[in-house]
Design a protein around this ligand. Sequence first.
Ligand SMILES: Nc1ncnc2c1ncn2[C@@H]1O[C@H](COP(=O)(O)OP(=O)(O)OP(=O)(O)O)[C@@H](O)[C@H]1O
Length: 228
Amino acid sequence: MSLRKPPLPRLLLDNVSCMRNAQQILRHVNASIHDGGALVLMGTNGSGKTTFLRMLAGFSRPSAGQVLWNGHDITDSGVFHQYKLQLNWLSLKDAVKEKFTVLDNVQWFEVLEGKQGNSMPALELMGLGRLAKEKARMLSMGQRKRLQLARLLAMDRPIWLLDEPSVALDTEGLKLLEYIIAEHRKKGGIVIVATHQPIEIEDAMYLRLPPRFPRRMTLVDMLDRSDF
Ligand SMILES: Nc1ncnc2c1ncn2[C@@H]1O[C@H](COP(=O)(O)OP(=O)(O)OP(=O)(O)O)[C@@H](O)[C@H]1O
């Protein structure tokens, strides 16, 4: 009888530790994320969710351990170049161009991705179809968040890194967010969410970040601050 090796996880956190300002955020984390998987980072304000997410995007190195994509360290320059093309990052800075129409704000990203035809259906799904031709400056905060989610759909990259995706969304918006996450996972996509608000994601792995408190400033910190 031949024993088959289990499939390599798409993403592997191998004994990963993460620090910020010389303080530990998480240490020795091990997690395997396969296609269709989801990881939720929970924690209070300032606990380091964004920092951890940035590390998973390969923007910074873990203080120990490694993050592997298809078995390769994402911080290796050749690997990072390919890995970042898999990622769709949703941040609190929405990069909405206010003078452009709502549709242009989505289509621009879709065209850069070499795709077409996804923007209008994505806006309609997010409840912004009627506003497609309006200037983006007309949008409320929740509508801007919906626009960001429409971009995710239009670009259609496999790994979503979502930083506080539910902020500013109403109940219907939250349901839509949960729906598009579930649909993305059904297609084999991976979703990693940093949030301090409850969000329903079936069979997700959870990492809870302990609260952090500012340590006393050292002389080095003081010299580092521009306002000193
Ligand atoms: N640009 C920066 N320079 C120095 N320290 C920073 C910077 N950005 C964040 N920090 C510090 O790093 C720690 C973690 O911040 P981070 O933004 O990762 O937390 P978070 O959990 O995402 O918070 P929130 O829920 O408020 O978005 C905080 O203590 C914060 O003060």
